[in-house]
Design a protein around this ligand. Structure first.
Ligand code: ADP
Length: 351
């Protein structure tokens, strides 16, 4: 069954605090939407509103064509996985996976087959008789995912499902989730995370949240290459955010340099913010060259990170294959392509 999710001006408040402010967002059938944002921005609240554990003060929530705003959780046809697995410690794996189906009144005869299928999908078939305490964290999380899938949900809600795992397990599970998504092309997934790598890797689109509001929404490539706001630019990937003055369409000045940039629909003479990704900055002369003094050099294995003081600002450059890095205090020239320099709408102020 394929069914998307639609938030229609959903507001949630705790006492006087608005934690979700008129959220409008549509997750298409079969799409993975990541809700990305810092802690406290309202991501979990949005997810719990879809699950039915949080009641909106106003607005409506739809799953497919169905308005589920007033429905209890078990009637919404959703599977949910949270950070702490939440398995029943006294139940074997197979009974944990069967649990949700009993609440959904799935016919008894059908349950063992579905349990086996869900455990197979998550690579846990040979662990059916174990208790949760006999499993690693990663295995427990697979069981939790199997339990969510066993009810054959149209919508899967994942709340920081990898954050309790260590880094190596996390990257393995990320690949597993991507595989599950390919195997379940009709299931819409809403994925809450504060980790941009997870969002960039897994999501078809990312909804960026900050302070109870949706700040931006787009494909990972759109948000990374052409962020609209400073918040998105700095939260999705690393960014140089440089204060510039607009000189005309596609032209700005920064320190002593005149630069060509990607967008230019802003008022001439206004100050604005220019976003340039550090790995797109090159060393030496080229288009959009700026010159300054090296303030810091960090070796990061695959790259050197240079901090260069240019006109009172620090420009970051991540450089590969740098055999002899410049020394502190050296004067260096950096450059970047005009198409890699994005003028941010949100950074424009009068002046
Ligand atoms: P996120 O998932 O982005 O970290 P949450 O949605 O969990 O954010 O929380 C958003 C805000 O709502 C936070 O300020 C949090 O303290 C508050 N909040 C969340 N749940 C409750 C609750 N049950 N009672 C009161 N305040 C809450």
């Amino acid at each position: 069954m394929s069914s998307g999710i639609r938030f229609d001006r959903v507001c949630v408040a705790y006492g006087r605090q608005t934690v979700l402010d008129a959220l409008d967002l549509t997750v298409e059938p079969g799409e993975v939407m990541a809700l990305l944002g810092p802690s406290g921005s309202g991501k979990t609240t949005a997810l719990r509103a879809v699950a039915g554990f949080v009641r909106p003060a106003s607005g409506r929530i739809f799953i497919g064509e169905r308005d589920v705003t007033g429905l209890p959780p078990h009637q919404r046809g959703i599977g949910m996985v949270v950070q702490q697995y939440a398995l029943f410690p006294h139940m074997r794996v197979q009974d944990n996976v069967a649990f949700g189906m009993k609440a959904q009144k799935v016919a008894k005869a059908e349950i063992p087959g579905r349990v086996a299928e869900a455990l197979e999908m998550t690579g846990m078939a040979s662990y059916a008789k174990r208790f949760p305490r006999e499993l690693s964290g990663g295995q427990q999380q697979r069981v939790a995912i199997a339990r969510a899938l066993a009810i054959r949900p149209g919508v899967l809600l994942l709340d920081e499902p990898l954050s309790a795992l260590d880094a190596q397990l996390r990257s393995g599970m990320l690949a597993e989730l991507a595989r599950l998504h390919r195997e379940l092309p009709d299931v819409s997934i809403l994925y809450v995370t504060h980790d941009q790598v997870e969002a960039l890797t897994l999501a078809d689109r990312i909804a960026v949240m900050d302070r109870a509001r949706l700040q931006d929404c787009g494909t990972p490539q759109e948000l990374y290459r052409t962020p609209r706001t400073e918040f998105t630019a700095s939260f999705v990937g690393n960014a140089n955010l440089l204060a510039v003055t607009v000189r005309g369409p596609g032209a700005v000045s920064f320190a002593d340099a005149e630069l060509k940039v990607h967008t230019g629909e802003v008022i001439s003479g206004a100050t604005a913010t220019l976003c340039v990704r550090p790995h797109l900055v090159g060393l030496g002369d080229g288009p959009n060259a700026v010159t300054g003094k090296v303030a810091e050099v960090q070796w990061r294995g695959a790259t050197h990170r240079l901090y260069v003081e240019v006109g009172g600002e620090r420009v970051k450059a991540d450089l590969r294959e740098l055999r002899t890095p410049p020394a502190l205090g050296d004067e260096v020239t950096l450059h970047f392509a005009p198409e890699d320099a994005v003028l941010l709408a949100g950074g424009v102020t009068d002046g």
